[in-house]
Design a protein around this ligand. Structure first.
Ligand code: NAD
Length: 474
């Protein structure tokens, strides 16, 4: 069944924005208790819509219901629970130390909402990536406009109903539409824009934000490498790479994009990955109820063309390779002998194709990683502490997971986000709350006199002496 999303009119968007602006001060004044009540309401309604969300994602790209539970709904509910547990503490003034020259004062940071925020989401985890940032935005006391992706219209329709039921429009509103709607929204003077999507659109978002000097969080993508050294547990590495690559059919921002494996373990690893793929998706993944589909024809053609381009350049598909356009199906595919300049090795794959490159010493793998933009995630399978240290110290990445894949996303105590091309700013837990807040510094003079009182003009000789002493000792 196909469904499309129509763009929301400019007038409707302006009306929502103005209503939220008028309400923003009231929302900013809400207490922790009131914000927690909102989060509980969202949690309750979300759970009531659990089956509708599962059905919508099945219609959008045949996402298996269990995967919807674990990678969409659970991510939001666990974020809500973590936020509820911590919000009172986060909202309190954060006292900081007083340096000696400022004796007689007290200082603290007060986290205040940014105001009216815009959350633009991609299609690959449509519910998770629309509502998880919303949890942080609500916790921080903002009004929010949500713009989910036009590529997952069934999910957007369910989310619109959830938002309508959970919040008045002057507090949280969901606007459906594609580029036109997004552009209309980006022309408005939002206080903060939280964008999840491709680096190319991230640049458009940042340019639009510059017009109003809106702050931004950009959660982008890129090519996330996976390194397997000669000391790794090959069976576990294979199982976890096969899983991390094929959750959501590889349409995951932090999916292992390409695999760098020590030559001595390459054959064994690939054999094991194939075995684990068969164990998960059977001999014929096309028949497996647990294997999703590429979201639309355009993305199907993109992944297929990248694969073909690599094969034409001399690469070999050692597993998979089958594709069927009508069903937007591509088999889990392992490719070796890939040219480093091919599209598979230069563009984000975002599909179930894994190029594999062998290395003889770890520095070669580090050099390949460093020849590309900083990735969102880097995975490393190793039992050798020096190797782990070498990779961590000599590469850059937004996030890293050692001896597993994807799970760094699930620890609320870790900041989630990229670096430059893979993103700007962080989210999840405290870091999400911080992203949607302004850290306001408050300095309070407590004693009747301040050291600065002694140092006002006219700058007499003894004041100069005091300045000399300050430079020397403080
Ligand atoms: P996308 O950038 O094409 O679209 C994201 C959103 O931007 C959508 O809501 C879309 O309507 C809007 N948009 C598209 N073109 C626009 C334009 N010209 N002007 C204004 N708005 C526009 O991304 P996508 O295809 O939906 O998602 C895939 C990308 O997102 C991948 O690069 C992936 O790595 C990245 N991603 C990153 C994260 C993360 O957390 N860092 C998570 C998921 C996906």
């Amino acid at each position: 069944m196909t469904a499309t999303v129509t763009d929301t009119s400019k007038e409707a968007i302006r009306r929502i924005f103005d209503a939220q602006r008028a309400n923003q001060q009231a929302v900013a004044q809400t207490t922790a208790r009131e914000r927690i009540a909102k989060l509980r309401r969202l949690h309750k309604i979300l759970m009531r819509y659990r089956q509708e969300i599962r059905d919508a994602l099945y219609q959008d790209f045949r996402k298996p219901p269990t995967e919807v539970d674990l990678t969409e709904i659970y991510i939001i509910t666990s974020e809500i629970k973590h936020t509820i547990r911590n919000l009172r503490r986060w909202m309190k003034p954060h006292h900081v130390a007083t340096p000696l020259p400022l004796l007689g004062s007290r200082s603290y940071i007060q986290y205040q909402p940014r105001g009216v925020v815009l959350i633009i989401a991609p299609w690959n985890f449509p519910v998770n990536l629309t509502f998880t940032p919303l949890v942080s935005a609500i916790a921080a006391g903002n009004c929010a406009v949500l713009k989910p992706s036009e590529n997952t219209p069934h999910s957007s329709a369910v989310m619109r109903r959830i938002v309508k039921e959970a919040f008045p429009e002057n507090e949280v509103a969901l606007v459906e539409g594609a580029v036109e709607t997004s552009t209309t929204l980006l022309n408005l003077p939002f206080n903060h824009i939280f964008f999840t999507g491709s680096p190319a659109v991230g640049k458009i978002v940042m340019q639009a934000a510059a017009k109003h000097l809106a702050s931004v969080t950009l959660e982008l993508g890129g090519k996330s490498p996976t390194i397997v050294d000669e000391t790794a547990d090959i069976d576990k590495a294979a199982a976890r790479i096969a899983w991390g690559k094929h959750v959501n059919m590889g349409q995951t921002c932090i999916a292992p994009d390409y695999l760098l494996v020590h030559e001595s373990r390459k054959e064994a690893l690939l054999k094991k990955i194939e075995q684990h793929l068969k164990a998960s998706y059977s001999e014929d993944p096309q028949q497996s109820p647990d294997y999703p589909r590429i979201v639309n024809r355009k993305h199907f053609e993109r992944v297929r063309a990248s694969l073909q381009d690599a094969l034409d350049g001399g690469a070999r598909a050692i597993a998979g390779g089958q594709a069927e356009a009508a069903g937007r199906y591509i088999a889990p595919t392992l490719v070796t002998d890939v040219d480093k300049d091919s599209r598979l090795m230069t563009e984000e794959i975002f599909g179930p194709v894994l190029p594999v490159i062998g290395f003889r010493n770890l520095q070669e793998a580090v050099d390949i990683v460093n020849s590309k933009e900083k990735p969102l995630a880097l995975y490393l399978f190793s039992k050798n502490r020096n190797n782990i240290r070498q990779v961590l110290n000599h590469t850059r990445a937004g996030t890293t997971c050692i001896n597993n894949t994807l799970l760094q996303f699930n620890n609320h105590h870790l900041p989630f986000g990229g670096d430059n091309n893979s993103g700007i700013g962080k989210s999840h837990g405290w870091f999400g709350f911080e992203a949607f807040s302004n850290a306001r510094s408050v300095y309070k003079q407590v004693w009747p006199f301040s050291t600065a009182d002694l140092l006002k003009p006219p700058y007499t000789a003894w004041k100069q002496k005091l300045a000399d002493w300050t430079l020397r000792w403080l």
